[in-house]
Design a protein around this ligand. Structure first.
Ligand SMILES: Cc1cc2nc3c(=O)[nH]c(=O)nc-3n(C[C@H](O)[C@H](O)[C@H](O)COP(=O)(O)OP(=O)(O)OC[C@H]3O[C@@H](n4cnc5c(N)ncnc54)[C@H](O)[C@@H]3O)c2cc1C
Length: 349
């Protein structure tokens, strides 16, 4: 039952990290009425911790590298135009860990000020501090507390799922990075064991980040050892470049959200219960065209960008806008439904 406070939107976006903020930006620019909600605040998750280096993927050939190349080009254009004052352009030197003499350099790459970039993208958009527990679809509208919308977008990263979508293969990867000062010169962005880079703050050097798949901030018994994290970062940075008189200014920690197959996710979400009721043979491993699955109406998720969330966000948000505003179908290769058949089969056993 709508209350006097009930507010109606075209789209509610849950999660105000770089994916939520970039989506909110693209959709509101396209004329949609957007509500952006976050349980803590803008860039309070993995996005607020990111070094936000905008780099292409240098490793193995394949579909991920191809997608990343397109995303990288779109990201460079996006950050240097929409967020120029939050973006520092510098040459990039990418050195192999196995063979330090092997390196790739780019004349120009970028490092973004993560927090101010998210805040700028979200400015002018209705923002609510709200923890969404389990959104419901009633009478052709999504309900998130007193907010209503035709379409719902979930961009909650590695946080606990708020819909019954166990089949979506995601894992949290804890990361730690630091800002330092040093009397040594850091002339460009360097990637090797960790990244070392100048930042928009004159004289401040960013070092990041660690990758820890064992620690989870959601485990009440787990304790994160910040001193060990700092020591690891400095030790790895020193293997690339001699840095004198290091003074640590600030620590940043947070979770990346990686997909099980490393590809990002943009797409509709399968209603597992309804789909298994309609296609029980899926539990016996019988192939079914994903077109035959039952999907939640007007619900899209962006997730699984791993350590490349800032590179991928403009690409994914633009595709979301094209889907919602222009009716252009989303790429099946990155649909979260790609995990469903295998999950359904395993569920049986
Ligand atoms: C240390 C570190 C360094 C990194 N460096 C880089 C880098 O150099 N380059 C790069 O491209 N990427 C980098 N990344 C990865 C990048 O930060 C992530 O891929 C990106 O932040 C993912 O953004 P997101 O919007 O999907 O999720 P998040 O930023 O995690 O945002 C999710 C948001 O959802 C909110 N939320 C969760 N549940 C609810 C709920 N129930 N109701 C309401 N709100 C909810 C959370 O409060 C949070 O703000 C780094 C990450 C880390 C941790």
């Amino acid at each position: 039952m709508p209350t006097l406070k009930t507010l109606h939107y075209d789209v509610i976006i849950v999660g105000a990290g770089i994916n939520g903020c970039t989506s909110a930006y693209f959709l509101s620019q396209a004329g949609l009425k957007v509500a952006l909600v976050d349980k803590t605040g803008i860039a309070s998750g993995g996005s607020g911790a990111a070094g936000a280096f905008i780099s292409p993927k240098f490793s193995k050939e394949g579909p991920l590298k191809e997608l990343m190349a397109v995303a990288y080009d779109e990201a460079m254009t996006f950050y240097t135009t929409v967020l120029a004052s939050h973006t520092l352009l510098k040459p990039l030197l990418h050195m192999s860990q196995d063979n330090p003499d092997e390196s790739i350099s780019l004349e120009q790459s970028a490092v973004v000020d993560a927090r101010s970039a998210c805040e700028t993208l979200a400015s002018g958009i209705d923002f609510y501090v709200l923890e969404v527990q389990s959104p419901s679809y009633v009478e052709e509208e999504w309900h998130c507390e007193d907010l209503r919308s035709s379409h719902l977008v979930l961009t909650i990263g590695a946080y606990p799922k708020i819909m019954p979508i166990d089949y979506v293969g995601l894992r949290g990867i804890w990361g730690h990075r630091i800002d330092i000062t040093t009397s040594s010169d850091v002339p460009c962005i360097m990637h090797q064991y960790v990244s070392i880079s100048p930042t928009l703050n004159e004289g401040v050097i960013a070092i990041g980040a660690t990758h820890d798949v064992h620690y989870s901030p959601f485990d009440p018994f787990a304790i994160y050892d910040i001193e060990a994290g700092r020591a690891e970062l400095i030790e790895k940075a020193l293997k690339t470049l001699k840095l004198n008189n290091i003074k640590i200014l600030k620590d940043y920690t947070g979770l990346r959200s990686g997909s099980n197959d490393y590809m990002p996710m943009l797409g509709s979400l399968v209603d597992a219960h309804a789909t298994l009721a309609l296609h029980p043979h899926l539990q016996h491993g019988k192939e079914t065209d994903p077109k035959e699955f039952v999907y939640y109406p007007n619900l899209t998720m962006i997730n699984g960008s791993g350590g490349y969330g800032f590179v991928l966000a403009p690409y994914l948000a633009k595709r979301l806008k094209e889907y919602l505003v222009e009716g252009i179908p989303m790429d099946k290769m990155i649909s979260p439904s790609r995990f469903f058949s295998r999950w359904a089969k395993r569920k049986k056993s």
